[in-house]
Write a protein that binds this ligand. Structure first.
Ligand code: PLP
Length: 361
């Protein structure tokens, strides 16, 4: 059978095994997992594999992805990682818990929750140095006080997010700070914070080495489940599969050609003036994939292939293999950026392998 190209092969059993491994690893210290599906656009089969692997929540940054999973019949608490003011009504309607940092948004969520005769649960994100989302510690008591005054909002938890913008590494110091903060908020406001969500795939090394997780009882994992690596130094996590996603693309030209373009050099398709190294006549292949699908450096091909350049829909490579011919398949593994963009490309078909009884959608 000829399978469609380009395609992304997704091993659901490897995703399930990765999830199971991480769920067991974290549960050993009393920490539950949220499985983060944004990199796969809320692909329902992937969410199911995560749920079978033991996540207690599914989290995504886009409401469209959450709707896609709900429409596919997935029922588990859904968490929205990013909360736009303009989507408040739909968030209250479709999401169980949202992460929040802005009073205006919380007010609107409360308003819609009241209209819909519901209580909306929120996790308040605090700023611990990475400078992405988070309420500054100095503003936090007032922020909590105001949130508690909203009639249709329940503060379900506190969270933080590191290693995303500022590259700040989760460590004993900032994690302990989060735990102490939880203790002091509970004391000050006589409240019980149920979910203390300490971070993402970047928390792995801290978590592995820490003796005491403190109050942290939840972690939100995307990349480590999907690609099997932590995200501070992008090292593979022992015991996890790193090849659950494989990109397969088609060779559309394979010829021996000179390595130096001939004629006068102006700009390439993207406005750059290219320069070239003369390595003589060599085998060059073109694959039917381009910048419109992914940044080519985020795709890691077999080491017989060396990236020479790319345009919107062609990737040109130096091939050390002479037998490679038109119509052949070439395979690439993906980094996080590659996963994001290839999963987003409408031109790349998703193909599920090792389904193990999952209904692949
Ligand atoms: C994307 C995201 C995550 C998951 O991050 P990974 O590095 O993929 O584990 C966790 N929390 C928030 C708020 C996110 O936006």
């Amino acid at each position: 059978m000829n399978l469609f190209m380009p395609r992304i092969e997704i091993s659901l059993s490897q995703i399930q095994e990765n999830t199971q491994f991480l769920a067991d690893f974290h549960m050993g210290k009393g920490v539950s997992l949220m499985g983060v599906t944004k990199a796969v656009l809320g692909e329902p089969s992937v969410a199911k594999a995560m749920i079978q692997g033991g996540v207690k929540f599914i989290a995504d940054s886009r409401i469209e992805n959450i709707l896609r999973m709900k429409n596919a019949g997935i029922s588990i608490p859904f968490v929205l990682l990013r909360t736009p003011l303009s989507q408040a009504e739909s968030i209250v309607e479709n999401v169980d818990i949202s992460l929040n940092t802005e009073m205006e948004t919380l007010k609107k969520l409360s308003y819609h929750a009241k209209t819909q005769n519901k209580t909306h649960q929120v996790i308040i994100m605090v700023e611990l140095g990475d400078l992405r989302e988070g309420v500054l510690l100095s503003d936090l008591p007032q922020f909590i006080r105001e949130t508690l005054s909203l009639s249709h909002i329940t503060i379900t938890g506190i969270g933080c997010n590191l290693a995303c913008y500022g590259g700040i590494i989760p460590d004993d110091k900032n994690m302990q700070e989060l735990s102490e903060l939880v203790d002091s908020l509970e004391r000050e406001f006589q409240m019980n914070l149920e979910i203390i969500s300490g971070g993402n795939s970047a928390n792995y090394e801290w978590f592995k080495s820490c003796q005491n997780v403190g109050r942290i009882n939840n972690i939100r994992l995307g990349e480590s489940i999907l690609l099997g690596c932590e995200t501070v130094s992008r090292k593979a996590i022992p015991g996890l599969h790193t090849g659950a996603f494989q990109l397969v693309a088609e060779v559309i030209e394979s010829k021996k050609k000179p390595s130096l373009p001939f004629g006068e050099i102006g700009q390439d398709a993207f406005g750059n003036t290219p320069s070239f190294q003369d390595i003589g006549i060599h085998r060059r292949i073109i694959i039917a994939l381009g910048k419109q699908d992914a940044t080519p450096t985020s795709l890691h091909f077999d080491n017989k292939l060396k990236l020479l350049g790319s345009s919107s829909d062609h990737i040109i490579m130096d091939s050390k293999c002479d037998s490679i011919k038109v119509g052949d398949e070439v395979r690439a593994s993906l980094d996080y950026g590659g996963l994001l963009s290839t999963m987003t490309s409408p031109f790349i078909r998703k193909h599920f392998t090792n389904c193990n009884g999952y209904a692949a959608i």
